[in-house]
Design a protein around this ligand. Structure first.
Ligand SMILES: Cc1cc2nc3c(=O)[nH]c(=O)nc-3n(C[C@H](O)[C@H](O)[C@H](O)COP(=O)(O)O)c2cc1C
Length: 391
């Protein structure tokens, strides 16, 4: 046999990129199996809010020490320069963020880069401390891969949070979601606006961007600021507060095109740089709801809101692509889900429910999957794929 025939084939040559990608895939498959077959069946027998609180405590402890952060990185993190972008002056290592509502009191920021997140949105944070709605206020719809959320903006309030966060250096971009306190007094538009303004003013020096959440489905008085006139008054009040930070408006999933048009018209007259599309859906007639029993209160997340979110992203981007940034949120479970939202016009992606159903390794898996999808379509960077299906 000639020497040439004994040479190692090209695909087996040492290639650090291929070895890294192979290792990440194997690692993620192992954690996906462990989570979905062992941990999740156990967790899903317990009360969802109890598990949420425990996971927040675990995240807080893991984030406190260098060694636990490094071990978490080894288990979950994934990096690739193709996912890096600068948007509105903020540098993102990847487009995947933790959506508002998981880290209500900004307790787990330190561990999130190690889990693989590129950014996070804390809150929603209100003018006054808010205990939220009475329990029970969180349910799972396992067949529909959804959660029913009726927390009612539980959080420690802007003053306590600003005190705790004011001297902190964050290891990744942080958005601060502000909302109005969920109580009878703030149901009135004037008091509600004063409450938003207090939260906004108090939190404005913390983090990299601010989201004004006008779409919480679970607060006293509903969502009055989807009404154009009330939104005009709210945004005029917020314009008067000095800040250089980008400002996003978080939209409800249930908006009609006419309602969306009216909101966009108002937004164009104010200091708003983008939209988060979307929050939860309140609709109960959605064919994606497979579970027989659905609580009457609360908003639905996950697969149930996925198509509505995609449609609002498509619509908002088609109207605002030259002027505003879209953060896509709702029903992201896989890289394909995230990529579809990006191709429809999202510059960034947020999720909660996909992580709860698939496990924390899914963040790295989605990011790795995004790189493969970008490469398959001939893109060198994620920014090249934004809106390509919506031009
Ligand atoms: C437990 C939970 C709490 C939430 N709380 C908030 C909140 O306080 N503020 C907010 O803007 N959105 C909140 N949301 C909505 C999410 O940010 C997101 O818009 C929605 O869940 C859709 O994303 P997902 O399908 O990936 O979960 C919450 C969602 C969940 C699941």
């Amino acid at each position: 046999m000639r020497i040439a025939e004994l040479e190692t084939p090209a695909y087996l040559h040492y290639n650090p990129y291929i070895m890294y990608e192979t290792w990440i895939s194997a690692r993620n498959a192992f954690f996906h199996f462990s989570y979905t077959k062992i941990l999740k069946p156990f967790y899903f027998r317990l009360d969802p809010e109890f598990i949420h609180d425990r996971m927040t405590k675990v995240g807080k402890i893991l984030g406190r020490f260098g060694v636990t952060r490094a071990l978490t990185s080894a288990a979950f993190d994934y990096r690739n320069a193709k996912l890096e972008q600068t948007i509105l002056g903020i540098k993102f290592a990847n487009p995947l963020g933790l959506a508002a509502g998981f880290d209500k009191n900004a307790e787990i920021i330190d561990i999130l880069p190690s889990v693989g997140f590129g950014f996070t949105e804390v809150g929603s944070i209100t003018g006054e401390p808010c205990p939220g709605n009475p329990k029970k206020r969180l349910w799972r719809l396992p067949k529909s891969k959804s959660l029913v959320v009726y927390y009612g903006l539980k959080n420690d309030g802007c003053e306590a949070l600003a005190r705790r966060l004011k001297d902190k250096n964050f290891p990744l971009p942080v958005g601060v979601s502000v909302a109005k306190t969920n109580n009878q007094a703030c149901a009135d538009a004037e008091t509600g606006i004063a409450d938003y303004a207090k939260a906004f003013e108090t939190m404005k020096d913390i983090g990299q961007y601010i989201t004004v959440n006008i779409s919480c489905p679970n607060a006293f008085g509903g969502e009055p600021f989807t009404d154009p006139q009330k939104l005009e008054t709210l945004l005029t009040r917020l314009d008067a507060i000095q800040t250089d930070k980008p400002i996003f408006l978080k939209l409800a999933a249930d908006l009609s095109h006419a309602e969306t048009d009216a909101i966009i018209d108002v937004v164009r007259r104010h200091r708003v740089h983008g939209f988060v599309c979307t929050n939860l859906t309140k609709r109960r007639d959605n064919p994606k709801i497979i579970d027989a029993e659905v609580p009457k209160v609360g908003g639905l997340s996950g697969k149930v809101v996925q198509e509505m979110s995609d449609e609002l992203i498509r619509y908002v981007y088609s109207k605002t692509k030259d002027t505003h940034v879209v953060i896509g949120c709702g029903g992201v479970f896989t890289a394909q889900d995230a990529y579809r939202k990006i191709r429809l016009g999202s510059s960034l992606i947020q999720l909660i429910t996909g992580m709860i159903y698939e496990g924390p390794q899914q963040i790295g898996a989605i990011n790795q999957g995004l790189v493969k999808l970008l490469e398959k379509d001939g893109f060198n960077n994620i920014s090249e794929a934004i809106g390509v299906d919506n031009r």
